[in-house]
Structures are given as C-alpha cells and as structure tokens.
Design a protein around this ligand. Structure first.
Ligand code: 5GP
Ligand code: 5GP
Length: 232
C-alpha cells in the first residue's frame, strides 16, 4: 500500500470491448489461447483528479513550452500514478479472485499473454495510488463490473455487435446512462480500415470504489457521430 494517503477525487472503471482491441492493425492474442467471452473486459480501475493540477504545468502550458507539454499534457497532471514502485502484486494475495479475474479481466495483448502480468502492471501504475489493499482493489473492480453487463445493456437498446452496422454515439451514451443509472465517458479507436468504433467505456466511481457516480468531467473523444461495435 502506498505510504501516503493519495488525494484523488474519483476512479475510472475502464472496460474494453475485445472486438475493438482485436480488429486494429496491432491485432490481439488470448491468454492460454482461450478466447474470452464476447463481453466487455476490465482494463483498469484508475484514480483520477476532477481538476488537473500543477501550477507550473499550467503556466508553462500557457507559455507554450512544447517539450514540457508533451510530457504532462496541456492541462497539467490529471491523475496520480506509480505511487509505490516497490509494491509488487503477489499472486498469493489475490488467489481467491483469480478465476473471476481470468473471466472478467483477461489480457488481449500479444506481448505477454499472461493476465497476471496485466493485473500486476495495473496494480503498480494505478492500484498503488488507490489507498486500497490489493485484495480490495481487485475485489471492488470485479464487484463494480458485475453490477452491470454493458454488452447486455447495449443489446437491450438494439446496439448489437456487427461488422457492417454503425450506431449513433449518442444512443450508446444514452443506453449506458439508462441501463446503469450514471453517465459514463466513451473512448473510440479505429479499426484496420480507419473506421471509428467503441473501444472503452469509462464509468466513474466514488473514492471508496464502491458506487458508480456521474462522470464529473468529459474526456476528449475520438468518437465520430456514428460508431461501430465490431463482432468478437
Ligand atoms: P492512452 O494514451 O492510451 O489514452 O492512455 C495510456 C495510459 O495512460 C492508460 O493505459 C492509463 O494507464 C493512463 N491514462 C490515460 N487516460 C487516463 C485517465 O484519464 N486517468 C488515469 N488515471 N489514467 C489514464
Ligand atoms: P495502460 O494503458 O493502463 O498504461 O496500460 C496498458 C498496458 O497494459 C500496455 O502496456 C499494454 O501492453 C498492456 N496490456 C496487456 N493486456 C492488455 C489489454 O488487454 N488491453 C490493454 N489496453 N492493454 C493491455
């Protein structure tokens, strides 16, 4: 656990649509060569500031220091990360969650193909800033995800995976707000043909990682007016 108590405002629970990870130019791989279910999978649970901070960052951004901008971004520091580098995730601490994590938080990357590597990376980068013990961090992410099945919510609104159909991004946003009760942020990426598709859903969560909240800030978006939800 990080030594100091981190002051952040909310979490993003980020879930990825596997069809949109896999149909890009980079492609994807499956852990143990087992294809995960056609469901959203967890990418991470990320502590976040509601307002980006760093006076120095803002002043230098206003002066247009491009070298500086490329490292912190125009708006300063927007979230804490790597709060305790020596704090490695131990498999033992989350042993009772592994079956559930395998189902709900599988890696799709071809670099490693071991989901544990993905979980321990996310723990080090984001989890060490969460003020939670590893077991609570992963258990709460799983519990939050289990509350709502995003693919089912979209299907109920007529938004079903298809390699030809496109859907208004506003209908995706509305379906998630109705189905979960809270407004989420959406991230799109591009398939190998350059078409915009729904890639990740960012649900906002209170500081205890227990309840969903309306997202306090919008994100810059690469979504176009209509987006695909590719088959997985
Ligand atoms: P990308 O540049 O692909 O959007 O994000 C790269 C990485 O930066 C993400 O995997 C995540 O670790 C971190 N990141 C991006 N956006 C956010 C954000 O809004 N909040 C937090 N906490 N981390 C983010
Ligand atoms: P972040 O975007 O949180 O910094 O981290 C993403 C990192 O985790 C990348 O380095 C990526 O290679 C690795 N990774 C492993 N599995 C996955 C996966 O299924 N999805 C994503 N987005 N990244 C993954």
């Amino acid at each position: 656990v990080s030594s100091a108590s981190e002051k952040f405002d909310f979490f993003y629970l980020v879930q990825q649509w596997p069809g949109s990870f896999c149909d890009t130019r980079q492609g994807c791989c499956f852990p143990d060569d087992t294809k995960p279910a056609a469901a959203f999978g967890i990418h991470g649970l990320w502590p976040n500031y509601a307002k980006c901070r760093g006076r120095q960052g803002l002043v230098r951004a206003m002066l247009g220091d491009d070298a500086f901008l490329s490292t912190v971004g125009r708006r300063g520091k927007c979230w804490p990360e790597y709060c305790d580098d020596g704090n490695e995730l131990s498999p033992w601490e989350i042993r009772d969650l592994v079956a559930s994590l395998d189902r709900s938080w599988p890696t799709l990357s071809c670099k490693n193909r071991r989901s544990f590597q993905f979980w321990s990376y996310e723990w080090k980068k984001h989890g060490t800033c969460s003020n939670l013990e590893p077991h609570d961090y992963f258990a709460r992410a799983l519990a939050l995800k289990a509350k709502h099945d995003l693919a089912e919510i979209l299907a109920d609104a007529g938004i079903v995976p298809s390699d030809t159909e496109t859907y208004p991004v506003s209908s995706v946003r509305d379906a998630i707000a109705q189905g979960t009760g809270f407004v989420a942020n959406l991230e799109c990426n591009r398939d190998a043909d350059g078409e915009a598709q729904l890639f990740q859903v960012y649900q906002c969560v209170d500081r205890d990682a227990k309840d969903l909240i309306d997202c306090p800030l919008a994100m810059p978006t690469k979504c176009t007016d209509r987006v695909k939800l590719p088959v997985f």
